[in-house]
Each structure stands twice: as C-alpha cells, then as structure tokens.
Design a protein around this ligand. Structure first.
Ligand SMILES: [Cu+2]
Length: 302
C-alpha cells in the first residue's frame, strides 16, 4: 500500500471516529432523565454501543459508496473480479476484528451489569461473580449499598400495582432519594413486568416466585412505572406514579399515610370493566381494587 493511500485511509478513519464519538454523546439526549444510579451506567453502555455502531455503519456504508461510485466495472465488462480466496492476511483481519469487538462489547456489558447489582432471579449467579471479583472498582451504586436499604413489597395483579411498606399500603410508589431500594416483587396471577424508564431498570414479575430487585434513585421527581409484559385486557392501565423525594419527605409521607384508614383505591381496570357494553366476549375479570391507605388521584391514574 502506498503511503498516500495509508494517509488518506487514516484521515478518513479519524474523521469517522470523531463523528462516532459525537453521535455517542448525542445518545444521552434520547432518554428520559437519569433518575437512578443504574441509569447512568446503562446510558454509558448505550452511548458506547452507539459510538461503536456508528463507526461500523459509516465504515461499511462509506466503503460501499466508494465502490459503487468509483470502482464500477466498464460497460459490457462481465469478467470476474480478482479472487480473494486464500488471502490469509485478509482472513485473519476479518476474523480477528469482529471477535475483538464482540469480546469488548460482552466484557463492558458484563461489567455494567455487575456494577448495577440489581439482583433479580439471577441472584445466585451474581453473588458467585461478586465473591470472585470482590475488589472491583466501586462507584456510586456501591457506596450507597452500605446505607440501610428500604424494603418494599410490590404486588402485581391484573391490573394494578400495590406497594406495601410495613403498616402502609399504597398504589403509588414513594421512594427516598439516594437510598438503596430493595423491592420484593410478587405476582398474584400472570406474568407482569416492573419497568420504570427513568430508572432504566426492568424486571419480570413471575407468579409463584418472590423476586428481589434492587436499585438506587438519585433524582427527586415524579416518574412513571409501567408494566413491561403484556398481561391481559386492561394491561395498558397497569401503570402508576413513582415519587422520589427527600428521605425526610418520604418519612413524612409514610407517617401521614399510616394515619389514613384503608379504602379501596380507584382502579382503572375495574372502572373500564364495569363500563363495557359487550358482555359476550369472555375476558378475565379484573382483580378487586387494592385496599390501601394511600392512593393516587383519579386524574393521574390513567
Ligand atoms: Cu401487568
């Protein structure tokens, strides 16, 4: 290869790399606010994948465009191109580069997953890994782990969410800011999915199993919890607000809620079910609305 060609190719590679890095930074703006420590890790991983993906995309499309535009066969030339079979150098390059990329992506993804330590049904696998790799670099997630965790039971039904804080029941999830949250997820009927986009965490709720699930909210505000698994007719109404507030406000909320007497919460699924006009279609009757001390308002319930 001539020096000129090498210089030109290097120049193009640097330009593509810069565009890819810029694209990777753009990726951070495509998501809801980062409301949990895990969201920062997930967004870093996503940004890395976007950077790498952009580089490969531009590299391939660029080569293809160059070939189509400037390396066309002459008119009526139907002869074959030069054979590349047996080109050992080329074979090694196009085997080694994808392998290196796959290992890089897998290693980085694993590292992020390990730092998140969100448990879930892979708990036993994770604990084994943690025992082996104990002195890994600890960051935000790990530092909050030492502070006592907040244990909350989550009950998913067709179609409502219920949260139990010892003596308080609620249909709205309240969380203290900057505390490690430990949820125990239960389903009373079918598969549901616990998913808060602003936290970037998602976990299937499997009937007959208690699933531990951990994360750390880091930004006060109101977010949305959605069901990530289709769970039946009124699935779309199976969502509620997640309120992240200061630990003081959270304690206050708990104290206030404890004083209220439990009533059946407004439940969009039951309300819709009562309104249906065609009774011939067999559908699953919604579970009774949860009886709670604290329920979110009707306006925000849908
Ligand atoms: Cu559901």
């Amino acid at each position: 290869m001539k020096l000129r060609t090498i210089l030109i190719l290097s120049g193009i590679a640097i330009a593509i790399a810069l565009i890819s890095l810029w694209m990777g930074q753009q990726a951070y703006t495509w998501f809801p606010p980062q409301a949990s420590a895990e969201s920062i890790l997930v967004d870093n991983l996503f940004s890395f994948l976007v950077t790498l993906g952009t580089f490969i995309f531009l590299g391939v499309i660029g080569t293809l465009s160059y070939s189509v535009l400037f390396q066309r066969a002459d008119k009526y030339d139907s002869s074959d191109g030069p054979p590349i079979e047996g080109n050992v150098k080329l074979e090694i390059i196009w085997t080694a580069i994808p392998i290196a990329l796959v290992i890089w992506i897998a290693g980085y993804s694993y590292q992020i997953y390990d730092q998140m330590s969100i448990l879930g049904p892979m708990e036993h696998v994770h604990m084994m890994a943690a025992a082996q790799a104990a002195p890994m670099d600890q960051d935000k997630v790990a530092t909050t782990e030492n502070i006592d965790t907040e244990n909350i039971d989550v009950i998913a039904r067709q179609w409502s969410w219920e949260f139990r804080y010892g003596n308080v029941n609620s249909t709205e999830l309240h969380l203290p800011n900057n505390r490690r949250i430990k949820l125990t997820l239960h389903s009373e009927d079918v598969l549901h999915g616990f998913y808060v986009p602003a936290f970037r965490v998602k976990q299937d709720v499997i009937p007959g199993r208690d699933i531990d699930f951990e994360f750390t909210p880091i930004r006060e505000g109101k977010y949305r919890l959605r069901d990530s698994e289709y769970s039946g007719t009124y699935f779309a109404s199976m969502q509620t607000d997640v309120v992240v507030e200061s630990p003081e406000a959270y304690q206050q909320w708990l104290a206030d809620a404890a004083k209220r007497s439990p009533i059946a919460a407004y439940n969009p699924a039951s309300a819709e079910y009562k309104k249906r006009s065609n009774n011939q279609w067999k559908i699953v009757v919604p579970a009774a609305p949860p009886v709670v001390n604290y329920s979110n308002s009707q306006a925000s319930a849908l």
